[in-house]
Ligand binder design. Structure first.
Ligand code: ADP
Ligand code: MG
Length: 593
């Protein structure tokens, strides 16, 4: 490293002045930047649990001669620039020659260093900016700076510090940001009593990134690299589903300097487009390489912000690069395949021989007549508090027989219950529970054995999905296809539903699709296999609601289908689907007996 000189006052005048050190994190930032400027391959940062009490940064960089070590603590003493023109050629992180002096002024600072040309090192002790001791020291090539009792002589500054948790959080961000930006450097970071990290040299950005944020998606993290108009942008972008509620996990560096930049943050966000909800921020590491003449690092006293000569161009280049990289998350070609090809559940007419008009009303009569495999009965019975199977069998026979008679009326009570006379009394059916039982058995049959009948929609329905729903959709795709859904991704956050289960109206089918997707959250709870779980949630949401008027034909179909199920007594959750009231009971209640 070239020799340190004190800058000419004319150069000093061109430098943005201001407070460099306002909190412990600022000390870490300046010392880490110095270590990187010295070409270090190892940077070790240690902070006390109250970081203002002690911060130590140790490196294996070029080190300093005795002469330089003494100059280093002087204001405007730097080895990095000489003239004002150099300001437009800056390749180093530091250039003002102020940091060490500013830190030394408000602390007890100890600097120990040795360059490769020297056999012994130098140790300089300073208190409040005054050098109090200089001595020789045996040490390895490199530099160690220890800063203790920060702000001991500026109590107002001390009082302005946030909680030690907050200070450590900010300080940690400084280290992590640089560790992400410089993967070839071996980083060590410890905070007394809470943090002790060792990050050996990584192969590249992605390897370092994945230590922090994981792989992101199946095919790894999204690395990007793009150059246009003299602006080179590269880095790693988090998968949309990794996005966080704050911007804390975004790192921007310009020519190796970690900075905050509203321009870069906005370009990043726009590049993700509508892959992210409004209040989510992607994880990102964005590195910009640009001619130093086109960027001004000298706008802010702590160089935290930079200004580009052509903000619009940098914005464009980054936004486009991010946008292009995000296409990997928009798999527009996925389809549920050829649903409806199978005709296992071909709709048939209801037992009564009538046709049901599908237009708008519930086509319960078009439900399929699939018999449910006997091997499923055992499991179902466990869910029900029905009487012995035999009794159920007999009862169903009776009911079906009674109802089979041509002119039996079925009344609807308050759009909720269906009432019908049967031999020896009456039956009251809960229309929702009954339909749920029917759809549940249908769904199970389709899920276990084949493909449900699909009705092709004349106009595909475009449904908005959240990222979680989209995930669920991809996961449940084979099941949904068997239920009779045919859907394909359409745009980034939408699916086009082209086919729905034939047994229910379009509206209910769309509602149940969403319900099934939401049910993925509770998948596995209660020990249900996925088919069971999906069948239940599908049936519950597809079933006719309580409060819905049914035509006489629909009522009839509901009765027919209910008593054709394997277990008509209860819905999939074990609640009763119908209640029988005998003539004896009515007689008793009317005092006839
Ligand atoms: P600047 O980084 O702006 O030059 P500083 O006050 O941070 O100013 O440092 C002053 C000088 O001390 C630097 O220019 C550099 O020559 C030397 N220096 C500081 N830290 C180190 C280090 N860790 N290793 C080698 N040299 C250093
Ligand atoms: Mg510096």
């Amino acid at each position: 490293m070239s020799r340190i000189r004190v800058l000419d006052p004319s150069v000093v005048g061109a430098i943005r002045a201001g407070e460099v050190v306002d909190r412990p994190a600022a000390v870490v930032k300046e010392l880490v930047e110095n270590a990187l400027d010295a070409g270090s391959t190892l940077v070790a940062v240690h902070a006390a649990s109250h970081p203002e009490r002690s911060i130590r940064v140790q490196d294996d960089g070029a080190g300093m001669s005795r002469e330089d070590a003494l100059l280093a603590l002087r204001r405007h003493a730097t080895s990095k620039i000489e003239s004002a023109e150099d300001l437009s050629r800056i390749r180093t992180l530091g250039f003002r020659g102020e940091a060490l002096a500013s830190i030394a002024e408000v602390s007890r600072l100890s600097l120990s260093t040795r360059s490769s040309e020297d056999l012994t090192g130098t140790q300089v002790e300073a208190l409040g900016g005054a050098t109090i001791q200089v001595s020789g020291v045996g040490r390895a090539v490199g530099t160690t700076v220890l800063v203790e009792d920060l702000f001991f002589n500026t109590p107002a500054r001390l009082r302005f510090l946030k909680s030690r948790e907050a200070e450590i959080r900010v300080l940690s961000r400084v280290v992590w940001n640089y560790a992400l930006t410089y993967p070839r450097v071996h980083w060590k970071f410890s905070v007394e009593g809470r943090e002790d990290t060792d990050l050996p040299e990584a192969r590249d950005l992605v390897e370092r990134w994945e230590v922090f944020y994981g792989r992101g998606s199946e095919d790894g993290s999204a690395e990007f690299d793009h150059e246009a108009g003299g602006v080179h942008v590269s880095g790693v972008l988090g998968a949309p589903e990794q996005a966080r509620a704050s911007r804390d996990y975004q790192t921007f560096a310009v020519n190796g300097r970690v900075v905050a930049s509203a321009t870069l943050a906005a370009a990043l966000r726009q590049g993700y487009g509508n892959l992210l909800p409004r209040d989510r921020y992607p994880l990102a590491l964005v590195l910009i390489e640009i001619d130093p003449a086109h960027v001004d690092a000298n706008v802010h006293p702590t160089k935290r912000e930079v200004r580009f000569r052509d903000e619009a161009r940098v914005f464009q280049v980054l936004r486009r690069a991010v946008d292009a990289s995000m296409r990997r998350y928009v798999p527009t070609g996925i389809s549920f395949g050829d649903a409806g090809a199978g005709t296992v559940g071909e709709p048939v007419q209801g037992q009564g021989g009538y046709q049901v008009d599908r237009g708008g009303s519930y086509p319960v009569a078009t439900l399929t007549q699939n018999a449910v495999g006997t091997e499923t009965e055992g499991a179902l019975q466990l869910a029900l508090e029905a009487g012995p199977a035999e009794a159920g069998e007999r009862e169903r026979g009776d009911l079906a027989e009674s109802l089979g008679e041509p002119e039996i009326p079925i009344w609807q009570l308050h759009d909720r219950y269906l009432l019908a006379p049967i031999r020896g009394g009456m039956v009251i059916v809960d229309q929702h529970a009954a339909h749920e039982r029917i759809l549940y058995e249908d769904a199970r049959a389709h899920l276990y054995s084949g493909t449900g009948a699909s009705q092709v929609l004349l106009f595909p329905r475009v449904v908005d999905l959240s990222p979680a729903e989209l995930d669920a959709l991809l996961m449940m795709e084979p099941h949904l296809r068997r239920l009779g859904y045919e859907a394909s991704l359409f745009g980034e956050r939408q699916v086009a539903v082209r086919g729905v289960p034939a047994s229910i109206p379009e509206e209910a089918a769309i509602d149940s699709l969403k319900a099934v997707l939401a049910s993925v959250d509770t998948l596995g709870e209660g020990g249900d296999p996925p088919e069971e779980h999906i069948a239940k949630s599908f049936a519950c949401h597809a079933a006719v609601r309580s409060g819905q008027a049914l035509s006489p034909v629909e009522r009839r179909a509901l009765f027919d289908r209910l008593f054709a199920t394997s277990l008509p007594h209860g819905d999939p959750h074990g609640r009763p689907t119908y209640v029988r009231v005998s003539m004896e009971e009515l007689d008793r209640r009317f005092g006839r007996r």
